[in-house]
Every structure is written in structure tokens, then in C-alpha cells.
Design a protein around this ligand. Structure first.
Ligand SMILES: [Zn+2]
Length: 238
């Protein structure tokens, strides 16, 4: 069994020589299911030429809330907000293939690998307000393992999109399933949502926990319990 905590992660991946990436012809994940009448979302690559319109939209927002976009403190705010939004949604620019990039190794390892306490920050798609917390990602390899820091990167890629926590959890599990074809994947995410804390029900201290279990984690209660025991702890993010 391998357990890692993502705190203080450095980027050094597993050290094996054998690179199996070439055996993965193409990595696809299931498209987002949050569609209307089965219509596929019309996602387009981020467009630089919309920068001015993004900044104008921020100016409109400022006017809408009764601010003066021309006062000194706000002059550069539209530019900053547009840049921040591009950064926080940078996951749209990444693909699983690029991200894994050769860090899959044949270790003949078949014991549970768990990386717990992966901090993540995302934006809820309903309010575009942050939700944040910790992810615990485990899998039971079928020979192939991936560099441990890559699991944190997978979490980050999907977190940096407009999300709902349930879909984010499922996408991470499916991504690990796709790249490693392991015996099973388990993902638990614990998060606090600013749209609940700062507005709406205004309940600071409430945590939302979501899980996605694939393969043996779904089928075998003992494996699932072992995983849940390993991640049991008090969330300490805030
Ligand atoms: Zn929300």
C-alpha cells in the first residue's frame, strides 16, 4: 500500500524506466452530463480576442452593483478580473493526455495507492463563486501506476473549470480509470462552498462530501472500508 499526503508535494514522479504511455492511443473522458435536452455543451477553446469584452463585462458588473469603474482603485480591476478568471478556469486548456505525459509506469504493483488531502480550489457553475477543500484519490493498480503528483494534477485540471462538486468528483475518478485501467478507483471530496457560506443559507462550517467509487471500491465492501478508514480525519482546511 502506498499512502501519500499531498502537502509539500514536489514534482518528482515515480522513478521507473518503463514508459507505457505509448500504449494509450487516446484518452477520452465522458463529456459533461449537465446538458439541456441531451444537447452537448458547445465548449470552445478560450479566445484571446474576447478579452476586451470580458473586461467590459466586468465594468458592467461594477456599474450594476453601484460602483464607479472610473475611480482609481477600480481602474485596473476589469483587467485583473479577466486574467484571474482565465487562470481559475485554466483547466479548459488542458487535456488528460498532455497532463499525464509519460508518467505511467509498469511497476507490477497491485496494492492500494492513496493520495489524501489534495487541496483543491474550484468555481461553482451556478454562482461562479469558489468552493474549496480536500480530495482523497485512491486506486488499486492493475500493474500500471502513475506518478503520484499527477493525481494532484488531475484534480487541479478538473477543478479549474466551472463545476459542481458531484461532477468534479466523478470526472476525477473516470480520468484515473481511463489512464490506468486499474482494478478500482475511489475519490472522496470534502468542500466548503462560498455560495452557501457567504450568501444563501449562510452556513459557515458546513461541508459537502461527495464520493465516486469505481470497480472493486464499488463491488467490495472491505476494500471500500479500508479506503474510508484511511481518509477518516477532521477536515482542517479552514
Ligand atoms: Zn454555487
Amino acid at each position: 500500500m502506498t499512502i501519500a499526503s499531498s502537502n509539500g508535494f514536489n514534482a518528482s514522479d515515480s522513478t521507473s524506466e518503463l514508459n507505457l504511455t505509448s500504449t494509450i492511443p487516446h484518452v477520452e473522458t465522458r463529456p459533461d452530463r449537465n446538458t439541456h435536452d441531451g444537447r452537448e455543451p458547445n465548449l470552445q477553446p478560450p479566445r484571446e480576442e474576447l478579452n476586451d469584452e470580458m473586461m467590459n463585462a466586468v465594468r458592467t458588473l461594477l456599474l450594476g452593483v453601484g460602483e464607479d469603474p472610473e475611480r482609481e482603485g477600480l481602474l485596473k480591476t476589469p483587467k485583473r478580473v479577466a486574467e484571474a478568471m482565465r487562470f481559475l478556469t485554466g483547466g479548459y486548456n488542458q487535456s488528460l493526455e498532455e497532463l499525464v505525459n509519460g508518467a505511467i509506469f509498469d511497476e507490477g504493483h497491485n496494492e492500494m495507492v492513496l493520495v489524501r488531502d489534495i487541496n483543491f480550489f474550484s468555481l461553482c457553475e451556478h454562482h461562479m463563486l469558489p468552493f474549496m477543500g480536500k480530495a482523497h484519490v485512491a486506486y488499486i493498480p492493475n500493474q500500471k501506476v502513475v506518478g503520484l503528483s499527477k493525481l494532484a494534477r488531475v484534480v487541479e485540471m478538473y477543478a479549474r473549470r466551472l463545476q459542481v462538486q458531484e461532477r468534479l468528483t466523478r470526472q476525477i475518478a473516470e480520468a484515473v480509470q481511463t489512464i490506468l485501467e486499474p482494478h478500482g478507483v475511489a475519490v472522496v471530496m470534502e468542500a466548503t462552498h462560498m455560495c452557501m457560506v457567504m450568501r444563501g443559507v449562510q452556513k459557515p462550517g458546513s461541508w459537502t462530501v461527495t464520493s465516486a467509487m469505481v470497480g472493486v471500491f464499488q463491488d467490495d465492501q472491505k476494500t471500500r472500508e479500508e479506503y474510508l478508514n484511511l481518509i477518516r480525519h477532521q477536515p482542517s482546511f479552514i
